[in-house]
Design a binder for this molecule. Structure first.
Ligand code: UDP
Length: 312
């Protein structure tokens, strides 16, 4: 029998000042001793909840990682260079941060005999042959980022098989929610909400027939909590909602929720854009007891409220 979430543990959250890591830190800080390792390059100090200990440092910094992992029971490894475009421009840097540093985290976990829950990605599948995508479907990532995530997803599995380390890889589909800051390479939802609230045109790339499975941050956090306590370790799970929308529908929904005057405009399609993405989440439902609970409309409403509060 597994419990729903970790309690009374010493937990390291790498990237704990970033979007997903900070939500996780906040959810766990009351019942656990939380350490956050974050370089604050994209994350921010204000995101780290009161009661958590921030170790400001790069994953590649051996001393910082040693201090952060000393005596831990559990590691959530969320720190990464998340930009697909950035990885295309600088594949070596992407590899260093996303692969080499993850190996350092896995080695540290091996020393401490700590469980590792690690952020993988739907990017490992590349252009899927069919949707919904199941975990055993072909993997052909189309960017260094996707390849790096596939590599660490495999390493997580291998560390379990070779060294009996408790690892779980979570393959996030399109995560969104409060705290995801709009920027050049951030997710489409943050971009569209930012445009709508600024009365700028909402820029749909191509016809907008492409589809994505958008999963709200609270569901991502719950998936991590389940992964931290499950007996079904040494495995990888799709974390999405099992439903998808077209980008055009998404733009219209954001138009409606924000009540904006912004028009939807169509731009050139993005080169190499994935056409359809949707998770088959049966494995996570069956083995992790994971169940998405937040509808897209509800999640978007919460996200828009947060964006508005940032503007006041
Ligand atoms: N997208 C768009 N307009 C934008 C940003 C993104 O139409 O301003 C589309 C993009 O072409 C893709 C989808 O939204 O089809 C999701 O893009 P994102 O970069 O958020 O995630 P990914 O493509 O990695 O799933």
């Amino acid at each position: 029998m597994t419990t729903d979430r970790p309690t009374d543990k010493t937990i390291l959250i790498t990237g704990g000042a970033g979007f997903i890591g900070s939500h996780l830190s906040t959810a766990l800080v009351d019942d656990n001793d939380i350490r956050v390792l974050d370089s604050l390059t994209t994350g921010s100090r204000e995101n780290v909840p009161t009661g958590a200990t921030l170790i400001e440092g790069d994953l590649r910094d051996e001393d910082a990682l040693a201090r952060a992992t000393d005596g831990v029971d559990l590691i959530f490894h969320e720190a990464a260079l998340v930009s697909v475009q950035g990885s295309v421009e600088a594949p070596l840097t992407s590899h260093e941060i996303n692969v080499d540093a993850t190996l350092d985290v896995l080695e540290a976990a091996r020393n401490e005999d700590a469980r590792v829950v690690l952020a993988s990605s739907a990017a490992i599948y590349g252009h899927p042959e069919q949707v919904p995508i199941t975990e055993t479907d072909p993997k052909s990532p189309t960017s260094p980022y996707g390849l790096d995530k596939l590599t660490i997803d495999h390493y997580a599995h291998q560390y379990h098989d070779l060294y009996d380390l408790e690892t779980v890889a979570l393959r996030y589909f399109n995560a969104y929610g409060p705290g995801q800051v709009a920027g050049d390479y951030s997710g489409v939802i943050s971009v569209f909400i930012d445009q709508a609230l600024s009365d700028e045109e909402i820029t749909v790339y191509g016809e907008g027939d492409q589809t994505r499975d958008f999963v709200y941050i609270d569901d991502i956090v719950r998936a991590n909590q389940k992964a931290a306590t499950t007996d079904a370790v040494g495995d990888a799970y799709n974390i999405g909602t099992g439903e998808s929308v077209t980008i055009r529908e998404l733009a219209e929904l954001i138009q409606e929720i924000t009540d904006t005057d912004s028009d939807i405009v169509h731009m050139d399609a993005r080169t190499g854009d994935i056409e359809h993405s949707e998770a088959n989440i049966s494995k996570a439902q069956n083995q992790l007891d994971y169940e998405p609970t937040v509808s897209l409309r509800e999640g978007l409403e919460q996200t828009v409220t947060w964006y508005r509060s940032q503007r006041d």
